[in-house]
Design a binder for this molecule. Structure first.
Ligand SMILES: Nc1ncnc2c1ncn2[C@@H]1O[C@H](COP(=O)(O)OP(=O)(O)O)[C@@H](O)[C@H]1O
Ligand SMILES: [Mg+2]
Length: 327
């Protein structure tokens, strides 16, 4: 069953257009020309329970705006959102009970409270039953290991600890859906790896559905079977990373060093360059394997060394952003 269903979602922000100069300054006192920015422009998708979906796109693409509408923080201009069949705009309280939200750039934790006090506060806000609260604290501590800093004021936590605290806080009321907006932003490599591990663990243990917006393509590769790419408020790709790689970058390159300068062709590979004893071949992954190519060529001339070149995930995604399908 689809736990999230979004149809023809649109969000327009009003932008005040200011005229420059003295004449403009005077005019601005009287008229305010409203101009609209379509941050989200007719987006539709469905998400199945238990999936981890990456929601990615360049800066200003409309990711955070989408997350804010899905989590009921902001009203859409038009279109419909259903979370478990309920609209967050119509029945905000009922929907919010089932959601956890983490904004990497803005902590939800109270700066002046100790982490434990924040948890207690959330217990009251969400009216979490005592037994469930104890159970969740225990489980979340196994994942996030926050005991060691539970009595530390939030403002004294490291960024990595704070993120663990934020993630735990978002999960305290056992939400079925977790929205993570840039959860690894600013974290060092080690903290980033542990946050990824935590996300996987939450998903595996509680079958939590996770929507993850990120700039970090390592996050996508590590965590998400499906990615939705948006640009200029529109969906430009929706599918698995493998499909995207196969479609955008169906070619690989094989570099072969022979013992002597020689030109060896192959019917299923294009000879891109020959320099001295080194030849570079370009071939389609779905037409021939590198192993087969190496074997065929070695029948003609003995091979000293081989190397494989593949398109990088970053380049593939960037190509998708640009909408051009050539590498
Ligand atoms: N409160 C706002 N008022 C006006 N414009 C906004 C507001 N928030 C975002 N925008 C604009 O909407 C677009 C999408 O922003 P956002 O959803 O934050 O993108 P992303 O999270 O993908 O970087 C951008 O052009 C941004 O400048
Ligand atoms: Mg954003």
């Amino acid at each position: 069953m689809d736990i999230i269903k979004v149809s023809h979602l649109v969000k327009e922000y009003k932008k005040i257009k200011k005229e420059m100069g003295l004449k403009g300054a005077v005019k601005n006192l009287f008229v305010q020309d409203a101009e609209y920015v379509r941050a989200v422009d007719d987006i539709s998708f469905e998400i199945e329970k238990g999936d981890i979906v990456a929601y990615i796109g360049p800066n200003g693409a409309g990711k955070s705006t989408t997350v804010k509408m899905l989590s009921g923080i902001m009203r859409p201009t038009s279109g419909e959102i259903l979370i478990n069949g309920i609209s967050p705009q119509k029945e905000r309280k009922r929907v919010v009970k089932n959601l956890g939200v983490v904004f990497g750039q803005r902590s939800q934790l109270n700066w002046n409270l100790r982490l434990g006090e924040t948890f207690e506060l959330l217990k009251r806000i969400y009216q979490i039953d005592g037994a469930l609260y104890e159970k969740n604290i225990k489980m979340l501590d196994e994942i996030f290991q926050f005991r060691e800093f539970i009595d530390t004021p939030v403002r004294q936590l490291s960024l990595g600890q704070r993120m663990r605290g934020d993630l735990a806080a978002a999960m305290l009321h056992s939400p079925e859906i977790l929205f993570l907006d840039e959860p690894t932003i600013g974290l060092d490599v080690e903290a980033k790896y542990s946050v990824r591990k935590f996300i996987k663990e939450i998903n595996a243990r509680s079958k939590t559905t996770i929507i993850l917006t990120t700039h970090d393509l390592g996050d996508v590769q590590e965590l998400c079977k499906r990615l939705i790419i948006i640009n200029d408020g529109k969906i430009i790709e929706d599918g698995s990373l493998d499909e995207l790689v196969d479609r955008i970058a169906p070619y690989r390159q094989l570099v072969i060093d022979f013992y002597h300068p020689i030109t060896v062709g192959h019917p299923k590979a294009e000879l891109v360059s020959v320099e001295e004893a080194r030849a570079v071949y370009k071939f389609r992954k779905d037409e021939i394997t590198a192993a087969q190519l190496i074997e065929d060529i070695s029948h003609t001339a003995p091979i000293k060394e081989v190397g494989l070149r593949e398109a990088k995930i970053d380049d593939i995604i960037r190509t998708a952003y640009r909408g051009s399908a050539q590498l």
